[in-house]
Design a binder for this molecule. Sequence first.
Ligand code: CP
Length: 316
Amino acid sequence: MKNFISLNDVNYLDQLKNLALHVKQNPFAYKKYGKNKTLGLLFFNPSLRTRLSTQKAAFNIGMNVMVMNIDKDGWALEMEDGTVMNQGKQEHIKEAAAVISQYCDVIGVRTFAGLTNKEEDYSETFLNKFMKHSLVPVVSLESATLHPLQSFADYLTIEEHKKTNKPKVVLTWAPHPKALPQAVPNSFAQWMRATDYEFVIANPKGFDLSEKFTENVTVYHNQDEALKNADFVYAKNWSAYDTYGKTTAQFKHWKITSEKMQLSNQAKFMHCLPIRRNVVVADSVLDGDSSLVIQQANNRTFAAQTVLLKLLGYEN
Ligand code: CP
């Protein structure tokens, strides 16, 4: 694996899953692969799970880790080639990526969607430029449009908890007071479409995701209809794709409640976290036995550990 920025970097999903499940059972069995290697983690945004689980993953395989809040602690980065840098940007991404590569064997980068310019976000300018100038493998810690380490952990969690080979997995839009990126739902859809699961999406009209990620997926605009017979209910807010970045105070009734979960096949509840209690989901669901959110967060470590091993050249 050269880089890990989306499912497209995975050759054999089953093989990756099996390695992750073995890693989870034997977290310290791979220490020699990371010995004397360094992971650099660059954050442009806040993070709890990604930051800690990726560090733990690296420690488990013997790597050293350096973490930098690059937006606050680094020089302001220029992205454009050929610019006369006589304004506010002090360092070009060309030197920054090459220099960080001198100190690291793998580099993790987290960026976020700006949500004002769809073309700019969907072209993944920062990540692509960083990869172009990096001399070592790059792992996405969430980009403007995808969150592959989250999706890998979500997929592992479903594999561990599914009761049939073809569970019904529902990705449902849920309310949120702020406009959020489409990275988690895009990525989740991408990974779910690569499985044999019955995968459907529910969202209010006007909130369809990009067709690139929903091709051949049934999209319901009636949440109750979608939840029928669901084995897994994955709630997530996202802002509109068509009227890019727009959010709405409407659709509060799309919150996941115990009554909604009763429409399902005793479904497990999933969310990537952080989550706004009693906005996205009722306490009764989040605190109930059906909730898998903590298991998902736990699997972030093993997803990251597996990806780091592959980026370091481990062959299974
Ligand atoms: N789910 C997730 O990526 O959480 P953080 O933003 O806290 O890393």
